[in-house]
Design a protein around this ligand. Structure first.
Ligand code: 2AM
Ligand code: CA
Length: 256
């Protein structure tokens, strides 16, 4: 990367995300304070808030003119307005609580709505995925990825959307080798990057896909609403991340 200013932000972002992962690992055996947000299965812990607050404090100290869009506590700057960091302090909170595995810390950086940096830390596997929309890395390895045809692949899904056929996802599953549902958008994006799934279909908020969309872009992947329209980075919506050059296979499934 030859943009010095962006490179400074990238190194900053990698460090704060790694520090967050270390903090979560150090507190893995703590008694968590768990609260319900909208429903008994929509959970948040004290660590989600602690990690978010720590990262926000570092961003504000280091880049005081930048803005923040983050999951917890209604930190909601418009992604199209200026320089915006997009943060999910713990992606896959339910997995974090129940499995102590399959969760991620995600941070992205956008300028006027355009993704410039994406970082996903698979905390328990110590794998840091990072990129600038032109190249993507796992730790120090530059990633290569060419999508296979859907019929020779697995897809990552939201279990709820799959079982209710939301967006025609159950119908689509008949065109591939099978579905996998991990419960962390971040881990699903790392599975796209590692060539383990063809694409990912879920009902997501901006902090769930902001980093992943940047990381998969260099390989010809696109991230869209399920009806093919562009993402608006506002509320929660049904989202797909798929190889752009295979988009037409989805039209064979009448509801996608
Ligand atoms: P989260 O753990 O950061 O909330 C689970 O299927 C995936 O969807 C996770 O990446 C989860 O992220 C995301 N998600 C977003 N909003 C959610 C909600 N209200 N309830 C459950 N999962 C949600
Ligand atoms: Ca979260």
């Amino acid at each position: 990367m030859n943009d010095k200013r962006l490179n400074t932000k990238l190194e900053f972002a990698k460090t704060v995300v790694r520090d967050a992962g270390d903090y979560l690992k150090a507190h893995l055996a703590d008694d968590l304070e768990i609260s319900e947000k909208t429903h008994f299965d929509d959970l948040v812990t004290n660590l989600d808030g602690e990690v978010q607050d720590a990262i926000i404090a570092k961003i504000q100290e280091t880049f005081p003119d930048d803005h923040i869009l983050a999951e917890e506590n209604d930190v909601r700057h418009d992604i199209n307005d200026g320089n915006v960091w997009v943060l999910d302090p713990i992606d896959g909170t339910t997995n974090f609580i129940v499995q102590k595995d399959n969760f991620a810390v995600m941070l992205a950086y956008y300028e006027s709505g355009v993704g410039k940096l994406g970082i996903i830390l698979d905390v328990m596997n110590d794998n840091l995925y990072w990129g600038d929309g032109k190249t993507s890395y796992r730790n120090s390895t530059e990633l290569q990825l060419t999508a296979k045809p859907l019929a020779q692949s697995l897809i990552g899904v939201s279990a709820y959307m799959y079982r209710t056929n939301a967006g025609g996802l159950f119908d689509l599953s008949h065109q591939c080798l099978g579905v996998r549902a991990i419960g962390s958008a971040g881990i699903e994006y790392t599975n796209i990057l590692d060539g383990k799934i063809w694409g990912y279909f879920s009902n997501l908020s901006p902090w769930d896909y902001a980093a992943g969309a940047v990381l998969i872009a260099p390989f010809g992947y696109t991230t869209l609403q399920l009806d093919g329209s562009p993402l608006d980075f506002q509320g929660r919506q049904m989202v797909m991340s798929i190889p752009e050059n295979q988009r037409t296979v989805l039209s064979e499934t009448k509801s996608i």
